[in-house]
Design a protein. Structure first.
Lengths: 394, 458
């Protein structure tokens, strides 16, 4: 009679198979339903944009690495099929953490075990880092926001995977695969999942579930509110002098009549007026109250301003005109003979974006183009390292 | 009794503006359906949120997914900045002309509104330290954000908490003082799934007490040279007789010419230059009144004239209906100088006056102010028109006041003897009061009033 031994020289014995079936049965009996979003790999760059550290790949594969410098896979692709599996884990109380960084995250790290052979049979491989699991029994039907049309799904990401110590049978062969699960974030890596699960499978126009699960939209609205408040407090750089009154003076420095005084008001004096003292009667100011930060192109005392790229030919003395072809735009006043500069429009919006025309902002928010000698349209804004970089000269 | 509450949200506004500075940044976020690079805006919010609000934002569910990338701003420190302390007791004054505001239409008009003075107490310097946490899900994403952030601060970025023209505490700058690359340690273990870079910023700010916005118009004139070379209060300030060293400054340094019932603007140094040899200028009263702040009311606004004797004549003024260079002036009778001499019945020229009963036999006590000499001690015979009871010559000089009493004329006011005094007398014939000063008679309050000797009360 041979000596009793559960270890069979590296082979999976019937003892192993017996244990494995019994363990699999335990998952069927007592495991919880898990939906697996299988990580397929990254697509890599298109060939034209590929670089040595960001290569292009012929096919999507778990073996692909998108960024060979930072060793990251950011644009992950997930199987459109969802695999239904069973897993077992110890339910525990989670606490929310209002961390020192002010970011509201949860520390709900879980450790879950799967039956290895069932798992491999189901998805073709073991679970790996980056696979996303949806725990069906944690579906939340009671969102605080009643307008959310779907129950909130609970997603975890596999962040570690290994044989479970408790999954070794007396045959010394492992039967369980233990994965460490961290809460999934609404980040670039999982965009393929969140953007491809419809909130209503029956409605082809329904928003993806990620729109309801992610805090992004809420925080963007909050951010917008803060920006709106900031723009209300400081609409543009510099100081607003538009509500200040500017006293008009005649050329020799004496005060001019205020608007609404006697015959002067409303008495239009044209450039070809024969009145020798015409300009002395002009009631508009040649200057403005201005503060640090420059002008805004508005005429003193709220008087009307024309604008364009050429001066009007029928201007009256005291008229204001904003030349839009000057950069920055420039406000002029007509004195009967010539157009005199009043101010440059240098006040600008401060919110980062197209309305920000600070010196730096004009470089960043520059969408101007031009046509080169070969007839090709080129953008002005160019990364410094790529400016005038030689093209392939075949 | 509790101190009056004030709160101007000064630090709150700086935090708001700082959050705007770092807003609207984007990162690459995979590809679109067409294969183009997709961009996602990165939200910025205040990091030290209350637990209750954080729960609301999470829909009270563990299942909500935190959006990455994101940036959070929070106050790290607020310290008194002793190095920037300036005169704590300084009160800066700014004079501002506002445009007229129509509360009915809710629009500003082209005309002048209020003229105000803003008294600003010296604000208190503080150093506000903010931290910006940059939460990203990959190193590449972090670099995209940092590259967009770090070019902003070279060496600093200006920031304003308001665009109010008189808010001298609104403008400051943001300094990037430190950058912490990662909240994780390298090599990264699996315990910490998130990565946060932290940037530290310092903003030297000013916290201001409430200012005082007051109606302007108290200062009517400024007298220079208050102190002498030894630092003592100049005696000329107190002594009206020592005018030579005084300087008066008024808006545009206009004087006024009071003649008849009109006031005309004059520039003392150019009195007869711009009206064809006549006194006064062609300058417009409405224009000058606008300098003073407008709000002139015909018949209510006042002009005050300070006479050489120190009297202040107060009267109402009104714009002339057709001539803007003239102002109609009506002095209050009770502000006119009191007569120092008995009133005269008329002013006469002895050489041309009609000799009738008014001369030969006037009522007792009749007085005339004469414009020419009467009689001479050298005359052989007394004048028939000016008899005396003794039969002697009656002699009076031009500018004297003569009085008929006891059947003969006598000199009631001897102009030669009173050369250095100031007297006032009213002509009962016209009701005009005259002043004797510097050996001549003139209408008592008419004449030129230089800058500092007249004022406008709107």
């Amino acid at each position: 009679m041979p000596r009793l031994s559960l270890w069979k020289d590296g082979t999976h014995s019937n003892d192993y198979k017996f244990f494995d079936r019994r363990i699999s049965e335990m998952f069927t009996l007592g495991g919880t339903g898990i939906l697996i979003h299988k990580y397929l790999g990254v697509e890599g760059e298109v060939l034209a944009d590929a670089t040595p550290t960001k290569p292009a790949y012929d096919a999507v594969s778990e073996l692909n690495i998108q960024d060979l410098l930072f060793l990251e896979n950011r644009d992950r692709k997930y199987d459109t099929s969802i695999y239904v599996s069973r897993g077992i884990y110890q339910v525990q109380d989670n606490s929310f953490d209002l961390s020192q960084f002010g970011l509201f995250i949860q520390t709900g790290t879980l450790f879950m075990v799967f039956h290895i052979n069932d798992m491999v049979q189901l998805i073709g491989r073991k679970l790996i880092n980056g696979d996303v699991l949806e725990l069906q029994h944690l579906l939340d039907y009671n969102s605080l926001d009643d307008s959310v049309p779907v129950a909130l799904k609970r997603f975890f990401v596999v962040s570690d995977a290994q044989f479970a110590s408790e999954g070794f049978s007396p045959t010394w062969w492992p039967h369980l695969w233990r994965v460490k699960l961290n809460p999934m974030t609404a980040s670039q890596e999982y965009k393929d999942i969140l953007n491809n699960i419809s909130s209503d499978p029956l409605d082809p126009n329904a928003a993806p579930v990620g729109d309801y699960l992610s805090t992004l939209n809420k925080y963007l609205k909050i951010n917008d509110a803060v920006i709106t408040q900031a723009e209300f407090d400081v609409p543009r750089s510099g100081y607003d002098s538009s509500v200040l009154y500017t006293k008009a003076v005649v050329p020799d420095g004496r005060p001019a009549d205020p608007p609404g005084t006697g015959a002067v008001d409303g008495n239009v004096i044209t450039a070809d007026s024969t009145l020798s003292t015409a300009d002395q009667q002009a009631v508009t100011s040649t200057a403005k109250v201005s503060g640090y930060g420059g002008g805004d192109g508005l005429a003193p005392n709220g008087l009307p301003v024309g604008n364009g790229i050429i001066f009007p030919t029928n201007a009256n003395i005291g008229d204001y005109f904003l030349r839009l072809d000057y950069l920055p735009n420039r406000l002029f006043r007509f004195d009967g003979t010539r157009w005199n500069k009043v101010e440059d429009v240098t006040r600008t919006g401060l919110t980062p974006g197209a309305g920000n025309q600070t010196q730096l902002g004009s470089f960043i928010n520059n969408d101007r183009t031009w046509t080169d000698a070969s007839g090709q349209t080129r953008t002005e804004r160019t990364s410094l390292s790529k400016a005038l970089k030689p093209k392939a000269d075949n | 009794m509790a101190q009056e509450f004030f709160y101007d949200a000064q630090i709150r506004r700086f935090i708001t503006q700082f959050m705007r500075i770092v807003s609207n940044l984007q990162v690459e976020f995979g590809k679109t359906n067409t294969g183009a690079v997709a961009l996602q805006r990165v939200p910025v919010y205040y990091g030290d949120s209350s637990r209750q609000v954080a729960s609301i934002l999470k829909n009270n569910s563990e299942n909500m997914l935190s959006a990455v990338p994101a940036m959070a701003v929070y106050v790290y420190a607020l310290q008194y900045d002793r190095e920037r302390v300036q005169d704590p007791f300084l009160v800066s004054k700014v004079r501002i002309r506002e445009r007229m505001y129509d509360p009915v239409t809710g629009n500003y008009l082209h005309e002048q509104g209020d003229l105000v003075t803003v008294d600003r107490p010296m604000p208190v310097p503080y150093k506000l330290t903010l931290k910006l946490d940059v939460w990203t899900s990959s190193t590449e994403q972090k670099l995209q954000l940092l590259e967009q952030l770090m070019i902003l601060f070279n060496p600093a970025l200006e920031i304003q908490s308001s665009d109010n023209y008189v808010d001298w505490a609104s403008l400051t700058y943001v300094l990037l003082t430190d950058t912490s690359w990662s909240s994780r340690s390298v090599p990264v273990n699996a315990e910490e799934p998130i990565d946060i870079a932290t940037m530290t910023f310092e903003i030297p700010i000013w916290i201001s007490a409430p200012v005082a916005v007051k109606q302007f118009g108290v200062i009517k004139k400024i007298i220079a040279s208050l102190y002498d070379s030894e630092g003592n209060l100049n005696i000329d300030i107190l002594d009206n007789g020592r005018l030579i060293s005084r300087q008066y400054f008024t808006p545009l340094n206009y004087g006024v010419l009071y003649s008849g019932n009109e006031l005309i603007l004059v520039k003392p140094e150019e009195i007869d230059n711009r009206r064809g040899g006549k006194y006064g200028t062609d300058d417009s009263w409405p224009a000058l009144i606008d300098v003073y702040g407008g709000n002139f009311k015909n018949g209510i606004s006042q002009i005050r004239l300070t006479t050489p004797a120190g009297y202040e004549v107060v009267g109402t003024a009104a714009l002339h209906p057709t001539d803007k260079t003239r102002l109609l002036y009506t002095p209050f009778a009770d502000t006119m100088p009191a007569n120092t001499l008995n009133p005269v019945n008329a002013i006469i020229d002895p050489e041309t006056v009609t000799v009738d009963s008014n001369i030969l036999s006037p009522a007792a006590g009749t007085q005339y102010l004469i414009l020419g000499d009467i009689g001479s001690y050298d005359n052989a015979q007394p004048s028939v028109a000016w008899p005396t009871s003794s039969g002697d010559n009656f002699v009076a000089r031009a500018n004297d006041i003569i009085k008929y009493i006891n059947g003969e004329w006598t000199v009631a006011f001897d102009s030669l003897a009173a050369a250095n005094v100031i007297e006032y007398v009213t002509n009962l014939n016209t009701g005009v009061q005259y002043r004797w000063h510097n050996s001549e008679w003139a209408k008592s309050v008419e004449g030129v009033y230089r800058e500092g000797e007249w004022s406008l009360v709107l």
